[in-house]
Ligand binder design. Structure first.
Ligand code: MN
Length: 746
């Protein structure tokens, strides 16, 4: 909201006003938190003055007035000096060249962290007015702040912006007021901050619905004088009775807030004249016991209205609100509501979460007890719902049961709710299937990020697409949402079938040329018959089966052109193997050192998968890769789960020959040893390995950052699992070794 216009120079009056306000801030801090050191507040003030210099608000005031007023609100909430300093700096990163690093350097991590949180929220545009969206935004706001002071500053910021809204153009007024009603007032309510919520609502009401505001305020004005007169008489009578009964308590009265009156007329479908509890009395006692005593006393003076008694002391509201409520009938038919609570309950009702904050001395680390309370408050904040309909209850339940959600944004500010650890791919599919299929990358918070990046709360994600780009099977290893996973699988399935049909056609064609069969003469009926003989439905299924290696091209050719049967059977009897896939995987080859036995296939190119490099003795599993042969993975390899979703490409494999006969075959294995950083360590480790007669191919050793720990990496030649286990156990026994891990990728 800052505009960079030259400020009027030498405006002595203005400087004086500013100075005066700052003195008031310090006085408030001193009154509310006498133990706090105001130095950081002074420093933040001067720093803000320097950097917002020359910026003006829409009102024409120097910009610094805004952070100063925000800090004043925070001081009145009795927040600590860290929060007040952060309040003074809350727009510095957004609106001036100051960076988070600058703030860390001058004011420390905590202040910087809070300012960063506020800046992040400021970047979000709550474009969408949809109710559900508002709900998501509120949840997201809470999910993305790790320090509750961020929300408190944001609320104070909004309060001051609302108080000065008259200076903005009408369309901005509308948008900001709407957002205040949709997002910030409910947020204040959830945090139990009744006073702040009330003020935000009344300020926003005026702009959001000027006509209704006029009506309500006129109706209230018309009844104000009479009401005030009535209430002051009630106050006198009540005070007298309290004294007679020796109850120490103070009495407050008020005309209710305009927006809450308006809501009542809307929710209960009544006219303004029928809103009976326009008038409210509050009795604040010293003890809970006195609350109930006052409760009885009031009912002995005035007649209670049936169905209007509520005991929120025995049953506190989820936002910690406690009070006794009753509505009684006074003289002349005046109904009024009475709230009875202790001082402590009153503070919680007015200040909510801030009430919990104020007893913590500034700078002091939060005690585990406080931490727990704040966590609990935040959870409460999550739970708190006006459960007006069962759907809402269900969604509440869902949030509680699956807290692992992450709230992200489109660049336009629409909230996208994804499962935890979701990636840009999930994000892309949640926007549109086609966006998902064609996504090639993403900008997360303005920076290019890999598709497998795990998104975090508050991330702004912009998907980069490219026409003609296609999903990759690899995506299944990191896509989290069921929507994305299903779409990817569906696409792969469809397109793999297409490719399989094409491959099948080519293989069949090649066989046909080889045996001089004219495929052009084969009829559709021949195809249909051959398909059904193979237990398949259509000619396409038949071709796909060839392409996928489930049927051999030669066998199918025999079925299509039966005359060939005898001739080919004699020519190459080996081809008749059941379930052969050697047509699809033509390059048959064995590698000496990587020899593996593939069940039913002794002539396939078989290789150890690079992702897990299994070694002899390890449980393995084979996967037919098109055109490349069989990749052998360790059963424990994380890729296996995804690769094997196509179960027909999975084959059983085992290690060829006996280990004894194959003694000279070794497999490179990489081991990472985490150990104390001491002299002689490397020598001892190396000795363990070489004493076993094991070859070491490479060693790399380095000190871990932070000191004290070293990381040693060996690449050695292992014969099999027992051999490897022997080495690992030996290394683990070396004094000072903390852990030994096998790195599967070499
Ligand atoms: Mn601001």
């Amino acid at each position: 909201m800052a505009t960079a216009q030259p400020a009027p120079l030498n405006d002595a009056t203005r400087a004086e006003i500013t100075e005066e306000k700052f003195r008031k801030l310090l006085a408030t801090v001193k009154a509310n938190r006498p133990g706090d050191d105001p130095a950081i507040i002074r420093k933040a003030w001067l720093y803000g003055m320097e950097h917002h210099e020359g910026q003006l608000r829409a009102s024409g005031e120097p910009y610094v007035m805004h952070p100063l007023e925000v800090a004043q609100v925070l001081a009145e909430m009795k927040l600590d000096s860290t929060a007040i300093a952060a309040g003074l700096l809350h727009d510095a990163v957004e609106d001036t060249p100051v960076t988070t690093e600058d703030i860390t350097e001058r004011f420390g991590e905590q202040v910087a962290h809070i300012v960063e949180g506020v800046t992040k929220i400021d970047k979000i545009q709550f474009a969408n007015r949809e109710d559900r969206q508002a709900e998501n935004v509120r949840k997201m706001l809470l999910a993305m702040v790790s320090d509750v002071r961020v929300v408190l500053i944001k609320l104070a910021d909004r309060l001051h912006n609302m108080r000065t809204l008259q200076h903005l153009p009408a369309d901005r007024q509308q948008a900001i007021a709407r957002e205040t009603l949709d997002i910030y007032a409910p947020l204040a309510h959830r945090m139990g901050m009744g006073k702040l919520r009330g003020e935000l609502e009344d300020l926003a009401f005026r702009y959001v619905d000027p006509v209704a505001y006029e009506q309500v305020s006129r109706a209230v004005e018309a009844r104000r004088e009479e009401g005030e007169h009535f209430l002051s008489e009630v106050e006198i009578l009540l005070n007298q009775r309290l004294r007679e009964n020796n109850i120490e308590a103070r009495v407050e009265w008020r005309i209710k807030r305009l927006f809450s009156i308006y809501q009542k007329t809307q929710n209960q479908h009544v006219s303004l004249d029928q809103v009976y509890d326009l008038l409210a009395i509050r009795v604040i006692t010293k003890t809970v016991q006195d609350c109930y005593a006052v409760f009885g006393l009031i009912h002995s003076i005035w007649r209670p209205m049936p169905g209007r008694i509520k005991d929120f002391i025995a049953m506190p509201r989820p936002n910690l609100y406690q009070s006794l409520h009753t509505t009684v009938m006074g003289e002349g038919g005046h109904q009024f509501e009475v709230q009875i609570r202790t001082e402590e309950m009153h503070r919680v009702a007015e200040e909510g979460i801030a009430a919990h904050w104020k007893y913590k001395a500034s700078g002091e680390p939060i005690s585990p007890r406080d931490e727990q309370r704040l966590t609990w408050v935040r959870q409460m904040v999550e739970w708190q719902r006006e459960m007006s309909d069962p759907n809402e209850f269900l969604s509440t339940l869902k949030i509680d049961l699956y807290p692992e959600e992450v709230y992200t944004f489109t660049p336009k500010g629409k909230v996208v709710v994804l499962p935890q650890d979701a990636t840009p791919v999930d994000f892309a599919y949640s926007i549109h299937t086609e966006v998902g299929h064609t996504c090639v990358g993403a900008k997360v918070n303005g920076r290019m990020a890999p598709l497998r990046t795990k998104l975090r709360n508050g991330d702004i994600v912009e998907v980069v697409t490219q026409n003609g780009h296609r999903p990759s099977r690899d995506w299944l290893t990191f896509a989290k949402s069921s929507r994305a996973r299903n779409k990817i699988k569906h696409w792969l399935h469809e397109h793999e079938r297409e490719r399989a049909i094409e491959t099948g056609k080519k293989l069949l064609d090649r066989e046909a040329r080889k045996y001089k069969v004219q495929l052009s003469k084969v009829t559709d009926a021949d195809y249909a018959r051959a398909a059904s003989e193979c237990g398949l439905a259509t000619a396409s299924d038949l071709l796909a089966a060839i392409g996928l290696g489930k049927q051999s091209a030669r066998q199918v050719l025999n079925k299509l052109s039966p005359g060939l049967a005898a001739q080919t059977a004699e020519a190459e009897p080996a081809e008749a193997k059941p379930g052969a896939m050697s047509d699809a995987v033509k390059r048959v080859h064995m590698r000496g050192s990587d020899s593996l036995l593939v069940e039913g296939q002794d002539e396939l190119l078989v290789y150890r998968a690079r992702c897990c490099n299994p070694i002899r003795g390890e449980e393995i599993i084979g996967y037919v890769t098109r055109g490349k042969g069989v990749a052998v993975h360790a059963r424990s390899c994380p890729n296996v789960q995804n690769l094997l979703y196509e179960s027909d490409r999975r084959i059983n494999v085992e290690w060829a020959g006996s280990p004894a006969a194959d003694r000279r075959t070794t497999y490179p294995v990489k081991l990472t040893v985490y150990c104390d950083d001491r002299t002689g360590m490397l020598k001892e480790l190396t000795a363990i390995i070489s004493d076993d007669g094991t070859n070491i191919r490479g060693v790399d050793s380095r000190s871990a950052p932070g000191g004290g720990e070293a990381i040693v990496e060996f690449v050695l030649e292992a014969e099999d699992m027992p051999h490897l286990n022997r080495i690992v156990n030996g290394l683990r026994r070396v004094p000072g070794v903390r852990d030994v891990q096998r790195a599967h990728k070499i």
